[in-house]
Design a protein around this ligand. Structure first.
Ligand code: ZN
Length: 69
């Protein structure tokens, strides 16, 4: 592996990192149910995207109990 010839000073490291901007998290609120949701994703609460129903959230998944032999 290539190694740096000299240790970077605190000032050099910090001045470089100073340029790194905080990345926007991308959390928005659903226009339908006002729940917090990730940008460009289907709402986990009501299953809509851009005002259209995409996923049926009323559907309940039944899990069959497993029997041990
Ligand atoms: Zn929603």
């Amino acid at each position: 592996m290539a190694e740096p010839k000299k240790k970077l000073s605190k000032t050099r490291t910090r001045s470089r990192r100073h340029q790194i901007k905080h990345i926007e998290v991308g959390i928005i609120y659903c226009p339908e149910c006002h729940a917090a949701m990730q940008r460009h994703h289907i709402c986990q609460n009501c299953g809509t995207y851009k005002g259209k129903k995409v996923v049926d959230t009323d559907e309940k998944i039944e899990v069959e109990p497993t029997e041990k032999a």
